[in-house]
Each structure stands twice: as C-alpha cells, then as structure tokens.
Write a protein that binds this ligand. Structure first.
Ligand code: ADP
Length: 185
C-alpha cells in the first residue's frame, strides 16, 4: 500500500468548533480611564487577535457595581471596591474568541499589581502603593490592591453573565473581522 499516504487520525481536541468560542467581559476601571490608559489597554487585546464585540464608556450606578461583585460582598474591602468602581467612568468591553477567558486573565496579570508579571497589563501599568500598604501583613486581605486598572471575567459562565449585566440588548455586535483567515488555519 501507499506509505506516503498519511493515516487519518481524528484529533477532536485540536479542532475548534463554535462551542469553543467564549466571551469575556473586560472593563477598564476608573483609574485606567483617569490615567489615559484606555487606548493602551484596548490595543493589547486587539493585537492579540481577539474580536471586540462590545464597547462603551459608562458611569456605573452603585447597584450594578454591587451586582457585578456580589460574590465579594462579605469581603472587608467590598464597600471600598464599590466606591472605587463607581468613582468615575469605566470602559465596558465584550471580547470573543477561542480560549479568550483564560487568555485575557493572563494578559491582565495577577490581582495585586505588585505581584503581576512584567508584560501583563497590571504588571506594566499599575502599582497600587498607598499609605496603608503593609508588606508584613499576616492577612493579605488587609493589603489593598483595588487600583489595578482592569477587570476580566474569571470563567466563561461569568463572561456571559457579566456581558448580559453590563450591556443592553443590541449593544453587542456580531461581525467577522477581515483579519480572521490570517489569525487561524
Ligand atoms: P480579579 O479582579 O483579579 O478577578 P478578585 O475577583 O479577587 O480579583 O477581586 C475583584 C477586585 O476587587 C480586584 O480586581 C480588586 O480591584 C479588588 N480587590 C481584591 N482584593 C482586594 C483587597 N485585598 N483589597 C482591596 N481591593 C481588593
């Protein structure tokens, strides 16, 4: 038989299907907007090759901030977090792609900007130092690291939940970027 003929191996895990396409909610927090980092942050996701499907500048009402962060409502820093998120306009974004949730979290970096790797958004663009910052604290919860410029959903489920929370119907666009055939084979 023909030895040049490649055996037909089915590798389902290598084939991206529509089911693999995820959505994530990315938000430039008030410090990122005030510091003029909007373009820089959007550029990082654009250059990576993800698809932008929603984008707006928005002053977040308190109730929405509380709903968004409801899993953290028992944390001691919760009231400060709500003040921070509502302290000025934020940029709301929906991004789509295979593996976009975990990849965006990598691009964003660790929650505490001082621990975030160089090359990540928080590692490159944020410090969160302050008079009440204590390195020797036993309880990391006492170390404030609220001002970390950007939010990214932590799971595909939360990506969907948060996009539904922050965007009205019709604000998220389905479209096919011209670059698509050049991004993946
Ligand atoms: P992430 O935003 O990296 O997913 P979390 O979901 O744990 O992190 O926390 C949500 C946000 O709450 C953080 O991005 C940060 O702004 C704020 N936050 C988290 N931990 C603290 C803390 N110990 N002190 C003050 N703010 C915090």
């Amino acid at each position: 038989s023909n030895k040049l003929h490649k055996p037909h191996i089915f590798l389902p895990h290598l084939v991206a299907s529509m089911e693999d396409v995820e959505e994530t909610y990315i938000m430039i927090k008030p410090d990122g907007v005030q510091r003029g980092l909007v373009g820089e942050i959007i550029t990082r996701f654009e250059k990576k090759g993800f698809k932008l499907t929603g984008l707006k500048l928005f002053q977040c009402p308190t109730e929405l901030a509380q709903e968004h962060y409801k899993d953290l409502q028992s944390k001691p820093f919760f009231p400060k977090l709500i003040n921070y998120i509502t302290s000025g306009p934020v940029v709301c974004m929906a991004w789509e792609g295979v593996g976009v949730v975990a990849s965006a979290r990598k691009l964003i970096g660790a929650t505490n900007p001082l621990n975030a790797e160089p090359g990540t958004i928080r590692g490159d663009l944020a410090v969160q130092t302050g008079s009440n910052y204590t390195v020797d604290s036993q309880d990391s919860m006492l170390i404030p690291f609220g001002r970390n410029v950007v939010h990214g959903s932590d799971s595909p489920e939360n990506g969907k939940r948060e996009i539904a929370l922050w965007f009205k119907q019709g604000e998220v666009c389905q479209w096919t970027p011209a670059q698509e055939p050049w991004l993946t084979e």
